[in-house]
Design a protein around this ligand. Structure first.
Ligand code: ADP
Ligand code: MG
Length: 320
């Protein structure tokens, strides 16, 4: 398959976004200006660094790459509109696999009405997949990390550590209770786009998505907002199946596992009920896990049965 037949094969027959003038097939895509604000993000996945054939199928790789990007949009309060895909393709790669990557992306983008409007394809040594997304936000409703205020409730969606447990199960081929659940959470995570969007009526929210582990994400909110945050260990939500693993791994995955693509946020006490109601409507678990307080250090503390310690900023940080 050459570059041109690939582009023919992945090109959408129709587009969903009303603002689109030109999709794939010209020098650039064109869409009309939309009211409000636009959010743009890019994420890159390298074979052997971010995924391996053993733990992820091409379909899942495509899905997950787009999910990671949509999760960033969700964390900003944005709705996905468009995405572009840049590929480095090794010569040995079968074209059926390449098409599967795009099928995985299409599966998720269809759910949110987003269109593939362009990209670039080159050959190289290792498979690299880079996805750029464009989303829209109502004016003034961006969910910046620096919006946390003293007295806010800190909350998280879903359960944490699942994706890392799923990866561990795959890598060690473990047969345990909840195996399929954890693996699915690793391979096909759900970005919380719909939930984030359902919170539009709330004036101020600080949001971050959990891509590197909640330890890291909460630190980012604390530092950017110039506040301190206390998390209560027994409230941080985990799946019951996680209890099958050694306590040390549970702790590590819960706080530093990452890639669950859940959301962590802070909200004024008066708006907490709205957050709960919106989550309930979507059948999504949302849990109050701590609060924002006034301290000079801009640190994160973990309250474990009354013992309060600083939570380190480990998580996964590349280029360390
Ligand atoms: P140009 O030479 O003008 O840069 P290309 O031949 O690279 O154009 O691409 C032709 C069209 O196909 C463009 O619309 C481009 O955005 C699209 N395209 C190329 N590669 C991809 C890809 N991997 N995913 C999506 N669209 C792609
Ligand atoms: Mg090009």
């Amino acid at each position: 398959m050459n570059e041109f037949s690939l582009i023919e094969a992945i090109k959408q027959k129709t587009y969903k976004q009303a603002s689109l003038e030109r999709g794939i097939g010209d020098d650039t895509a064109i869409f009309r200006e939309t009211a409000g604000e636009l959010a743009v993000a890019v994420d890159t996945f390298v074979e052997g660094v971010h995924f391996t054939e053993k733990t992820m199928s091409p379909f899942q790789l495509g899905y997950r790459a787009l999910a990671a990007n949509f999760s960033d949009l969700a964390a900003m309060g944005a709705l996905p509109m468009y995405y572009l895909v840049s590929l480095v393709v090794p010569d040995r790669m079968k074209e059926s696999k390449l098409l599967e990557i795009f099928k995985g992306m299409e599966h998720l983008s269809n759910r949110h009405g987003a269109d593939l409007i362009g990209g670039d394809t080159v050959s190289g040594k290792d498979l690299v997949l880079s996805v750029t997304v464009i989303g829209k936000i109502e004016k003034g409703k961006a969910r910046y990390r620096n919006l946390a205020k003293v007295g806010d409730i800190v909350f998280a969606t879903g359960t944490l550590g699942d994706s890392r447990a799923g990866l561990y199960i795959l890598q060690h081929d473990l047969q345990i209770d909840g195996r399929d659940y954890f693996i699915n959470r690793h391979q096909l995570p759900t970005p919380r786009v719909t939930f984030s969007n359902s919170l539009r009526s709330i004036k101020r929210l600080a949001l971050n998505d959990i891509s590197d582990g909640i330890g890291n994400e909460v630190h980012e909110i604390a530092e950017e907002s110039g506040v301190s945050i206390v998390l209560e260990d027994e409230k941080v939500p985990t799946h019951p199946g996680l209890a099958a693993f050694p306590a040390e791994l549970q702790h590590k995955w819960k706080y530093f596992g990452g890639e669950d693509f859940e959301l962590v946020g802070t909200v004024a006490k008066k708006d907490w009920q709205t957050v709960q109601q919106k989550a309930e409507k979507l059948n999504l678990r949302v849990t109050a896990i701590g609060h924002v307080m006034n301290k000079d250090e801009h640190a994160v503390y973990l309250d474990k049965n009354g013992n309060i310690n600083k939570l380190s900023k480990e998580g996964y940080t590349h280029l360390k």
